[in-house]
Design a binder for this molecule. Structure first.
Ligand SMILES: [Zn+2]
Length: 255
């Protein structure tokens, strides 16, 4: 539906049965390692691409008529909202997919079929439905952003796919565009800090970001919580953060 506003998208999410009670939240803190991580003042929460276009299927129709919604993408909404409050504005960071209209990541612009793989400048691109176009409601982050200076935008180069918050498929890093971190990369800003990686989608932008954080000698520990993420394709074990993938390098938040 065209003309959907951020307020309507937000009201739609708030109206879904995806909130957590105090009891459920306490249970999560008790049964996971999150409380221990919260108590480490150096640890940060990284929320990857938690944007309406990846969550909302009821309102925001894209140009292709197909949403890039992640099944169950809304299920971590309540928990993420609670958790980011406890981490506090200084310790929460966000990545945001932020594509120009003419982005070659969109199947319609690349003139390929939806979800088709194609080669460009020695990398494999995928023909995605239109999503997260700069300045559109669907590109807004779906939970309250506690500190706008902590948002790093990626995918801004129309010619190159960028899943990871650390670098695009050709190795070019996105940079913070406003505030005290302007001009710096994600790894430069998070240097030396344990990072809990959350958000969407587990099998693309979350796993790519996580892989780059793990591969950097600047980040001491990388945590992952299945309760704070969802996959585009739950059967995509090769892309997911499951035992066997990243097993040795990622600390699980849940046992
Ligand atoms: Zn994208």
């Amino acid at each position: 539906m065209s003309g959907t506003t951020v307020g309507e998208l937000h009201a739609d999410l708030e109206g879904r049965p995806i909130h957590v009670t105090d009891l459920e939240y306490e249970k999560y803190l008790e049964e996971s390692r999150i409380r221990e991580i919260l108590n480490n003042p150096d640890a940060v929460l990284l929320v990857v691409d938690y944007q309406f276009d990846f969550i909302n299927s009821s309102n925001a129709k894209n140009l292709d008529g197909i949403n890039l919604n992640v099944a169950g993408g809304d299920k971590c909404y309540g928990l993420l909202k609670r958790l980011q409050k406890d981490f506090g504005a200084d310790r929460v960071f966000y990545t945001a997919d932020w594509h120009p209209e003419n982005s070659q990541t969109f199947a319609v612009n690349a003139d390929v079929s939806l979800f088709a793989s194609w080669e460009k400048d020695s990398v494999t691109m995928t023909g995605w439905p239109v999503h997260c176009v700069q300045g559109t409601p669907g590109a807004e982050i779906a939970i309250p952003v506690l500190n706008p200076d902590h948002v790093i935008r990626k995918g801004t180069n129309p010619d190159m796919e960028c899943y990871s918050g650390c670098k695009d498929l050709q190795g070019v890093p996105p940079i913070f565009h406003v505030g005290i971190h302007a001009g710096k990369t994600l790894i430069e800003v998070l240097k030396g800090r344990p990072v809990v990686v959350t958000g969407l989608a587990e099998d693309y932008c979350v796993s790519s970001t996580l892989r780059d954080l793990v591969g950097s000698d600047q980040i001491p520990t990388v945590y992952f919580s299945p309760n704070l993420s969802s996959a585009v394709d739950p059967d995509n074990d090769a892309g997911r953060i499951v035992p066997g993938n990243f097993q040795d390098s990622v600390d699980a938040v849940e046992s």
